[in-house]
Structure formats: C-alpha cells, structure tokens
Design a protein around this ligand. Structure first.
Ligand SMILES: *[C@@H]1O[C@H](CO)[C@@H](O)[C@H](O)[C@H]1NC(C)=O
Ligand SMILES: *[C@@H]1O[C@H](CO)[C@@H](O)[C@H](O)[C@H]1NC(C)=O
Ligand SMILES: [Zn+2]
Length: 540
C-alpha cells in the first residue's frame, strides 16, 4: 500500500522546473516573486495535486482493511435468537414425547420440524430421508442380582453391578443357576463348562467385548458377568453390541452384567459351588429411524462439503444442548445462507443424523451405503444423488452451548492417515476464527465418538467445534476460559434438565458463528481439494 510521501516524485515529474528550483529547493526571499510568477502554473499544479490526492485517497481507502463485518458478512447475518427459537420448538416437541427426542420418542417430530423449515424457506436443495433400523435399548425397572448358598449376598444395583446396555433382548429371570469362571472368552476352547451356567468373565483385550459375550451365549451360557479391573470403582454401563451394528447383525439375547472387581472376587471364590439369581428388565427393540439429508443444487458436485449434526437425543432427556444446539445451528446456518442469496462454489449437503445416541448409527449408515454400496430394503428407492468420492470434507457440530463451556476445536492430527492432512487444514480454519476474534479456545482430541468418525474412517477429512459434555473443568482451564472450576462443562449432559435454560447464550453465539465461518469459507474455497491436501493456501 502507498503512503502520500511516495507520491512526491510523481508531482515533481509534472514540471521539471518545479523540481529544479521549487520552493523546497531554496530559502531565498524571492519565493513570493517566484510564487507570483508561477501562480498560473501553480494553480494547475494544485489542481493536479488535488485530483491525484482524491484519487489516491479513494484507492487507499479501498485497500485499507475494512471492518470485520464487511469481510465476514455470513457470520454477522446469522442470528443467535433464531437458533433459540428453533430450540424452543425442539423443547416443545420433547415435552410432547415423554420429554425426549430419541429414536422412539420425538426424533421423527424433530425431523418434521427441520423439513418444514427447509420447505418454508425454499432452500435450494433436494430433501431426502434415508431410513435404517436402529436397535433401541430400554430398561424400565431395576435389575436384581443375588448370590445364594452358605453366604447369601444381595448385590446393590449401580454400586456393585449393572446390566450393560444392549445386554439382553428380553427381560429375564434366572433362579439358582451355577457359575463358571472363564479366563479367556475370545477362544472357543474348553468352554463347554459354561453351558447352562452363568459365565463369570474377566474381559480380554484380545477381541471386542461383544464377541466375548456372544461366544459365551453361543456356548450355552444363560448370562454373562464381566468383572471390571480394580482400577474402576463402579460397574460399567457400556454397550455390549457390535460397534458398527447394521440390520441383520446379531445382538445379545441373554443378560450381560458388569460387576466391580470385589464382587468379581466373591463370585470367583465361590465359583464351583456358588449359585446366583438374576432378574433383568432390559429389552432391545428394532426401531425404524432415518437421516434427513438436504443435497444442495448449486456448486461443484466433486467438491461437496457435508455439514452434519445429530438430531436425536438420549431417551432420558430432551437434548437441547446435546445436540439440539448443533442441529439447530446447522439449520439456521442453511436458512441464513438461503436468505442472503449465498451461492456456494462447492456443493453443500446438510445432514441431520438419526440414532447418534445409539452409537452413530445414522452417520455410519450414510457412509456404509455411499462408501461401501451397502443396501437395505429402502436404499434403492432413496438414492441421494451423491457419491462418496464427491465428498471433499465433513463438518460436524455437536454440542455448541454448554453452560460451563470451553470452545473446543477437534485436533486434525488425530484423524487416520488418509484423512489427516485435510483434517488439520479444517482445524486451522476454525482456529483462524477464534484468533481473529481473540476468543480463547482449546484443541481437543477427535477420538471422542461423534458423527465425523464414519467420514475419517473412510478417508474423508473432517473437523468441528464443540463446547464439552460431562467432563470436569480444571482450575487451569477456568483461568484460561472462565466459568466454574471443578464443575462439569455441562451438568445436564444426558439428563432431563438439558432444556433451553441449559443453553449458554455466549457460547451459542460464538460457536454458531464459528460454524458459519467454516461452512461459508470452505464452501466458497477455490481448489478445495488442493487446499485440503496442503498444496495451496485458502483462496476464496
Ligand atoms: C418415558 O420416560 C421415562 C423416563 O425416562 C421412562 O421410564 C418411560 O418408560 C418412558 N415412557 C415411554 C412410553 O416411553
Ligand atoms: C493433536 O494430536 C496429536 C496426535 O495425537 C498430538 O501429538 C498433539 O499434541 C495434539 N495437539 C494438541 C494441541 O492437543
Ligand atoms: Zn448425547
């Protein structure tokens, strides 16, 4: 950029004489005479100078950094208030569906709300639903677990033992069944002894938990009890199910319990003579659910940006922060882009995943169908007009408004090798936003399961922001990010108090705009693939 001082040679060149003996060349008293004799020249010189000055001024003004609002209009066009209005509607939906928006409660009504908004605002995209089957685990009464014999012990639910999620397809009642201890439940050998008994198993690292439980069931065990290592004080509430479950895959029929280390010791010491009674009330239902996918009609198909958020909640709460905040921010971003007439260079696809809380089933289904050609009974009728290799990247928005939030950006270096370089680039786009606004932020791992996993696992770079769930804020984080130390980032995580009152407005404001910045920037980038490969800088 030029400064006015650089301009003087230009002025000199307008008159050789002025350069040779102009007023700045001498301090003689003759200056007034000189000025008088040159006054006509001077007037024209003055005019030229004035014109140049005005022109220069306009040019300089044009090159000066403009306001943040001028440079990032999309961010400013997004109104947090509108996201809150959507969240109010989601809360109403939850209230009308047993205070939940889970697969079997208010998910379908939430999806209707999203589709209604897309239609009402005439968003330029083809709206698809993509159906799939999700196993849904419920447990409507407390289980009982008792050791019988010379020493009778009634164990305490949640303290001594738990029924693991998806551990049993039907309620069960076992009375006085013998025990069998198993050292390695990954191999079928020498397990004949479990037939007709309750298998007490120390989980092995050699194969997945589900495989161990399922093998015991196949060998005739009437229940499986996993003994936790001494490191844990409480029994596990994990899922006993194939991580990547799809329709047709097996599920556990017999009950699966987790017990603490000390309960395990009691069971093992009495194993040969011990008998137990078990009463469970868990069941697995197969429910139909779906993703809502809005495939944009503008922009380069080969450089598609998929923006995703999950729309379901857990069964035990309305899920307004988790993850209504991400899903409704994504909705409002799309409605805002439509309102301001944004035309993406790269195609935008918005996806609201179903059954995330049951193990990312919606996004896994999407990847399985598109990346691996998997078909269920609906897929042929539900073609999305989208090919996996057209997807350049995925942005995922989960919880964006945790009350005791930290602004978190996913660490692209954690992504598998095929998706790493691109995920690092996406991370940097988010970081640019926080740096520009001088907001504190923290890089967090990408391992914590959310809907970007099926993308990075299939070679598509991904990234996103979030504000934290049940983890406790450290004193260091409190100093850097504010809020309350020694308290969870979201006290209402997966609880019935996750309502609109649980939304942190400052967090929602910052994070939804971070999301908007990334969506508008990456969908406007030229040579998006080269940028993601680290070959070029970001160019709009
Ligand atoms: C309603 O929610 C409560 C609490 O989560 C649960 O115990 C009950 O089974 C649910 N009822 C239905 C019909 O889903
Ligand atoms: C990101 O992840 C990589 C690999 O796991 C790790 O080495 C690095 O320290 C992480 N960065 C931050 C800022 O946490
Ligand atoms: Zn959740």
């Amino acid at each position: 950029m030029s400064t006015p001082a650089d301009n003087t040679p230009l002025l000199h060149s307008t008159s050789d004489e002025a350069r040779d003996d102009g007023p700045w060349a001498s301090e003689t008293p003759g200056i007034a005479a000189w000025w008088g004799s040159r006054s006509r020249d001077a007037v024209s010189l003055f005019t030229i100078l004035l014109l140049l000055g005005v022109g220069l001024g306009i040019w300089v003004y044009g090159t000066l950094p403009t306001s943040d609002q001028d440079e990032h209009p999309h961010e400013y066009a997004l109104h947090t208030q509108n996201i809150l209005t959507h969240l109010d509607h989601l809360l109403d939906i939850a209230r009308a569906h047993n205070n939940s928006r889970s697969v079997t409660n208010g998910h379908a009504a939430s999806a209707q709300y999203v589709i209604g908004k897309l239609r009402e605002h005439k968003v330029d995209c083809d709206v698809h639903v993509q159906r799939f089957v999700s196993p849904v685990w419920t447990q409507d009464a407390e289980p009982r677990f008792e050791l019988r014999g010379a020493v009778g012990v009634e164990f305490l639910h949640a303290t001594d033992f738990r029924v693991m999620r998806y551990g049993g397809s039907e309620p069960a009642s076992l009375r006085d069944v013998g025990l069998a201890t198993v050292e390695d439940a990954c191999t079928a050998e020498a397990h004949d002894k479990v037939a007709g008994r309750v298998a007490v198993v120390r989980p092995s690292g050699k194969c997945p938990l589900f495989e161990q439980a399922f093998l015991m069931e196949q060998m005739g065990a009437r229940a499986v009890v996993f003994v936790r290592s001494a490191r844990y004080r409480v029994p596990s509430n994990a899922r006993v199910r194939l991580v990547d479950w799809k329709e047709g895959d097996p599920l556990m029929s017999v009950p699966v319990l987790s017990v603490t280390h000390s309960v395990g010791q009691v069971l093992r010491s009495t194993a040969e003579g011990g008998r137990v009674s078990i009463e469970t009330h868990g069941r697995i239902e197969l429910a139909q659910t779906f993703n809502v996918v809005c495939v944009g009609r503008q922009g380069a198909e080969g450089d598609t940006v998929v923006v995703g958020a999950h729309l379901d909640s857990v069964a035990g709460g309305p899920g307004i922060n988790d993850n209504g905040s991400g899903a409704m921010s994504a909705l409002e971003i799309l409605l805002t882009l439509t309102r301001i007439g944004y035309r993406p260079r790269n195609r935008l696809v918005f996806a609201w995943w179903g059954a995330e809380e049951d193990g990312l089933l919606g996004s896994r289904h999407f990847a399985r169908v598109l990346a691996h050609g998997w078909r269920n009974r609906w897929s042929d009728a539900e073609r999305l007009g989208l090919r996996w290799h057209d997807i350049a990247l995925n942005l995922n928005f989960d919880m964006l408004a945790s009350p005791n939030y930290i602004a978190l950006v996913h660490n692209g270096t954690d992504a598998p090798r095929d998706a790493r370089a691109g995920s690092q680039r996406i991370q940097r786009v988010f970081e640019d936003y926080f740096v520009r606004h001088d907001y504190p932020y923290k890089v967090t791992d990408m391992l914590a399961g959310s809907d970007f996993l099926p993308f990075v696992d299939n070679g598509v770079p991904a990234g996103g922001v979030l504000t934290g769930a049940g983890e406790i804020k450290s004193i260091e984080d409190r100093i850097e990010h504010g809020g309350l130390a020694d308290a969870p980032l979201d006290t209402c995580y997966h609880r019935d108090c996750d309502t609109v009152l649980n939304i942190n407005l400052v967090a929602l404001h910052k994070m939804s705009k971070a999301a908007m910045y990334a969506v508008s920037t990456l969908s406007a980038a030229t040579d998006l693939r080269d940028f993601l490969a680290g070959k070029t800088e970001l160019r709009l």
